[in-house]
Write a protein that binds this ligand. Structure first.
Ligand SMILES: Cc1cc2nc3c(=O)[nH]c(=O)nc-3n(C[C@H](O)[C@H](O)[C@H](O)COP(=O)(O)OP(=O)(O)OC[C@H]3O[C@@H](n4cnc5c(N)ncnc54)[C@H](O)[C@@H]3O)c2cc1C
Ligand code: SF4
Length: 330
């Protein structure tokens, strides 16, 4: 591991000033992803600016009925928060479906959003990888890709985003707040992750040196009837091979509001807007849930060894929405 400096920041402007202009410095949240990548040489920062003592560790209701989540709230505290469990249960379930208790105690909201892909070639510095080393190639396309993307990928990268939390945040239209030396800014989650295109190394629309300060969830009454469903190769302590965050409001048997986002199938949490449009105003039954899933998955471009994800995602959508529809009519 390369030698590195360490500084702890106690206020937001101090943290931003410490990082400003230093392209070899990184913010340190829980360190559960960054430090691993430093050990393997994928990341080689000269300076770590620890943000865990910043006053960004609260979950607070907003005046309009939403929630504001600070960037240094730990995954454990987020999942346990009573307002999250009551008003956005899929978010609490998504967080609890990730990692282990010990990791969730360390991992932060800001770090979770910026965690890197679990593509094995990305993690191996001896391998080519366009994301790690632009222009070097993408061995995953003809190699090991059974857990890679089926949606929104490109000829340059087929990696998936690993965050469970991000999938629920995408379903509920979260907005990411950040601070830079030039002042604060906001990015809706839908615009936060850049399309993979020809530049897979450029992952987010955050300005250079930006500190994530928090995430705001707008009010969403439908979110109170929501679920996170995750399929993984082991029963626990494993990343998803497919997941959904779903929320459903049904009146007189008809879909009045619906939210649907997919995980582990694209380079970012994938909001399933085509499926949502197909469902609004339609009878809440398995036939329509299947048709909506198929409409979304018509965009899928599976590789040789990950076509199973199309069926897996269809089944997840139908099972998840059927469960929510049953509960909505109880
Ligand atoms: C064994 C294992 C299993 C896991 N399983 C899952 C899983 O199933 N599902 C899942 O979703 N995740 C899983 N994770 C990933 C884990 O959730 C992430 O490592 C964690 O969320 C990252 O948060 P952190 O605070 O530790 O980030 P760090 O490792 O500290 O940082 C990650 C990145 O974010 C940047 N950063 C951190 N905070 C800020 C900020 N406020 N502003 C700007 N940049 C910032 C850092 O510079 C770095 O680039 C697993 C991790 C491990 C090690
Ligand atoms: S899929 Fe993306 S991260 Fe994986 S090897 Fe290809 S370019 Fe690198």
């Amino acid at each position: 591991m390369r030698e590195f400096g360490y500084q702890r920041a106690y206020d937001v402007s101090g943290a931003v000033a410490l990082l400003d202009g230093d392209w070899e410095a990184r913010f340190l949240g829980g360190g559960t992803n960054l430090v691993d990548l430093m050990k393997t040489g994928v990341e080689r920062p000269a300076l770590l600016v620890d943000v865990r003592e910043l006053p960004l560790d609260r979950v607070e209701p907003t005046g309009d009925g939403g929630l504001r989540i600070g960037a240094t709230v730990t995954n454990s505290d987020l999942a346990a928060h009573p307002e999250v469990r009551l008003r956005y249960p899929a978010l609490a379930q998504a967080v609890l479906a990730g990692a282990s208790g010990q990791l969730r105690n360390m991992a932060t909201v800001g770090g979770n959003l910026l965690q890197r892909t679990r593509c094995g070639y990305f993690a191996d510095v001896a391998s080519a990888c366009n994301k790690r080393n632009p222009g070097s190639g993408c061995p995953a396309i003809t190699g090991e890709h059974h857990n890679h993307a089926i949606l929104g990928a490109s000829d340059h990268c087929v990696a998936t985003h690993p965050s469970d939390m991000g999938v629920a945040l995408a379903a509920f239209d979260a907005v990411v707040s950040y601070e830079t030396a030039d002042g604060p800014g906001e990015l809706p989650l839908a615009d936060f992750y850049l399309p993979v295109g020809e530049t897979p190394h450029l992952e987010t629309a955050l300005p250079p040196g930006a500190l994530i300060t928090g995430v705001t969830l707008p009010p969403a009454p439908v979110a109170a009837n929501s679920r996170y469903r995750k399929v993984r190769e082991r029963a626990s302590y494993a990343f998803a091979i497919g997941s959904i965050a779903a929320a459903l409001d049904v009146e007189d048997g008809v879909v009045r509001d619906v939210r649907l986002a997919f995980g582990a199938v694209a380079s970012r949490p994938w909001r399933a807007r085509t499926a949502e449009r197909a469902l609004l105003g339609a009878p809440a039954d398995a036939e329509n849930f299947t048709a909506a899933a198929d409409a979304e998955l018509a965009q899928a471009e599976p590789l040789t060894h990950n076509g199973y994800k199309v069926t897996l995602m269809r089944n997840l959508v139908v099972a998840g929405l059927s469960e929510l529809a049953e509960e909505a009519t109880r």
